[in-house]
Design a protein around this ligand. Structure first.
Ligand SMILES: Cc1cc2nc3c(=O)[nH]c(=O)nc-3n(C[C@H](O)[C@H](O)[C@H](O)COP(=O)(O)O)c2cc1C
Length: 387
């Protein structure tokens, strides 16, 4: 058994165990992948201030996100097709999050349905909404999330239309995979994945199949998305959805101070500074570089969270020290899930927690609330001089 000490270890096992089509789906950015790459490399530009002779006893990483106590300021981001990375993937990830005491966010494009995840978990999870043209469907989806006692609605704003990822088109990404000669050859090397998948009923888009009039085949994700997602989503519609939901709302995909101000106006409880993990607008700035301007604009009036590029507890520490109240991991837990199922997601969370705790201590801090810019060494030109 491999000794797992960092997220990269999980990624290596993940690559071996999961069909290429789903590995590529997770491990890609749009077009040239510049934004995808910079999401991680920009974190590396930030350095930490080593401090010594501070009493390190009694440390804690507990914190709060939208008023919910969390074991560390890290939530699991919504990830579509998680149930294709591992059988019942959404249920497994939700259980690991529940055990660790961090929030789990279920994607609209999940394989396991809202009801299936609710049935197998005992704590409320968050639900991520993609808005569709069919308003009746959106209303029913919101009602289903309420009935499942989801405790926050995460509305994703940066995917009204789908960014292009070359590999997904070339691989013919679908759920479940279409059996072409190429996929058959690849699946023959992924026996464990296949056997586990045969053991579950959850193999299609659980929130969609049987819930959208006239749609029975959602296997071609790209075509279906282009046809069904609502390209006319605007702030007026967001306000209406917020009203329909009536609970906590988090707006995901804010990357610009002007949009952050609009999110504030609409009355969101939190925003997620995000570029969808570099999967939508290639050429956009990394989340960590856009964070300071967004904090300047709205940071004292709304909770600001961040995702895109987090691969370690040090990345979490950097984002929080810069001013984010919470962070989300996407690929980092998907690697764990594909590698080892629920135990792998738990492992990813343990790795990140340990890195966060040790780094915090070596920076001379004992609590998340003590983390601030003082901990960071930020290059003068970090955010750049753009016009
Ligand atoms: C494979 C994959 C699928 C995703 N699906 C969704 C989704 O269904 N809904 C959503 O709001 N974001 C989705 N995202 C974006 C994540 O929620 C998150 O913003 C992103 O993964 C953060 O970047 P990171 O993977 O570098 O941590 C997806 C990301 C990945 C990698």
């Amino acid at each position: 058994m491999a000794v797992i000490t960092e997220i990269k270890d999980l990624k290596r096992i993940y690559e071996r165990r999961v069909p290429r089509m789903f590995y590529d789906y997770a491990e890609s950015g749009s077009w040239t992948e510049q934004t995808f790459r910079e999401n991680t490399s920009d974190f590396d530009q930030l350095r930490l201030r080593q401090r010594v002779a501070v009493d390190m006893t009694g440390r804690s990483t507990t914190s709060e996100m939208i008023g919910q106590e969390v074991a560390m300021p890290v939530a699991l981001a919504p990830v579509g097709l998680t149930g294709m990375q591992h059988a019942d993937g959404e249920i497994k990830a939700a259980k690991a999050a529940e055990e660790f005491d961090v929030p789990f966010t279920l994607s609209t494009m999940s394989i396991c349905s809202i009801e299936a995840v609710a049935e197998k978990t005992s704590k409320p999870f968050w639900f991520q909404l993609y808005t569709m043209k069919d308003e009746g469907y959106v209303r029913r989806l919101i009602e289903r999330a309420k009935a499942a006692k989801c405790s926050a609605l995460v509305i994703t704003l940066d995917l009204q239309i789908l960014g292009q990822r070359h590999k997904d088109l070339k691989n013919g990404l679908s759920a479940p995979p279409k059996l072409t000669p190429k996929t058959i050859v690849n699946l023959m090397t992924k026996w464990t994945w296949g056997l586990q998948m045969l053991g579950t009923k959850n193999r299609e888009f659980g929130n969609i199949v049987g819930h959208v009039d006239g749609i029975s085949d959602t296997s071609q994700l790209g075509a279906w998305t282009a046809e069904q997602f609502d390209p006319s989503l605007d702030w007026g519609k967001i306000a209406k959805i917020k009203e329909m939901w009536g609970g906590k709302v988090i707006l995901k995909g804010i990357l610009d101070a002007e949009d952050a101000k609009m999110a504030l106006k609409v009355g969101a409880d939190a925003i997620i500074v995000s570029n969808h993990g570099g999967r939508q607008l290639d050429g956009a700035m990394s989340s960590i570089k856009m964070l300071p301007s967004i904090l300047d604009a709205v940071g004292d009036q709304i909770e600001v969270h961040l995702d895109s590029g987090i691969r370690s507890g040090q990345d979490v520490l950097k984002a929080v020290a810069m001013g984010a109240k919470g962070t989300y991991i996407g690929r980092a837990y998907i690697y764990g899930l594909g590698a080892m199922g629920q135990a792998g997601v738990s492992k990813a969370l343990e790795v990140i927690h340990k890195e966060l705790d040790i780094s915090m201590a070596l920076c001379g801090k004992r609590k998340i609330s003590e983390l601030d810019q003082d901990v960071l060494l930020v290059p003068k030109d970090f955010t750049g001089d753009w016009r």
